[in-house]
Design a protein around this ligand. Sequence first.
Ligand code: SAH
Length: 353
Amino acid sequence: MINLLGLDRKAMESFFVSIDEKPYRAQQVLQWIHTNGIQDFDAMSNLSKVLRQKLAAAAHIALPQVIYENAASDGTYKWLLKLNDGNCIETVFIPERTRGTLCISSQVGCILNCDFCSTGKQGFNRNLTTAEIIAQLWIASRTQKITNVVMMGMGEPLLNLDNVVPALNLMLDDYAYGLSKRRVTVSTAGVIPAMYQLKERVDVALAVSLHAPNDELRNKIVPLNKKYPLKELMTVCRGYFNDNRRSVMMEYVMLAGVNDTPDHAKQLVRLLQGVRAKMNLIPFNPFPHTEYQRSDTDTIFRFRDILMKAGLNTTIRRTRGDEFNAACGQLVGQVQDRTRRSQRLKEKIGEST
Ligand code: SAH
């Protein structure tokens, strides 16, 4: 049985052709599934009874199981979803005055092992399927008004590009979620070859987890930097958007005494020369057994002021959801059988550490 939830427009059209139906049926069914949240073919009233029966015999619309959902006092909302194989992932909704942002996971765990991120400490199990990625938006959309999606949950989206791209297509498709390309953001620690591919395959906003202004420090806190160093990362960022109005969002977690001195800020200014970038400073969110601490507020403001004076547009991310471990870097889900697969994937991307 094929799960129609994971098919973008093109794949849905091929599916209909494969069962001897007209490709335009794809639009109708996408709209039922994603815009209207319908799982039952019988409720798809603009399809003939015969077609509905045919669909029910060949396909289904299968979602992960919501095993926990909860709202924090700041309005942040978190879902824990159980996948077919027992793994669990987390999705977070962050309401603001003028928008509602959904933070989506792309993998069970993460292989990159950034020192300050608790997802990384959980190890890695597997990539999410397109259906599992888009299911997070499907489920959240049933109760929340979502205007923005950020691929900033568990995992590195660019190490799962083949499943992430069709999910992005669905987010942008007017017959599914119809989100604006400026309101769908992929965040990456800097998987350079996949950044070039993403640029070719789908037009969305880009965020880069920078976190350090020089290779020596970045090698330590974002080990992927050893494979894809800053100079090459800046080259991709410089050429990423063809139109002059869009910039790359640089995320920078503020770690007390590690990357937050005025000198680091000055190095950042030099590094970002000629790159159309917006800086987003993220106060570190602690988790059990971490050796890091959040920079204090004065330090963060001083850091921001240096960047602003140098002409870098800089914002400070408001910490949301940390009362129930839903803040950046605190998503852990439940990763099964993590070490074995982690090793296999590391071999695949040629990480030696
Ligand atoms: N792997 C992708 C997607 C994860 S996005 C990436 O690296 O971009 C999650 C964002 O939160 C990243 O910028 C990540 O570096 C940041 N982050 C991770 N742990 C954090 C923590 N403990 N406190 C604050 N931000 C954190």
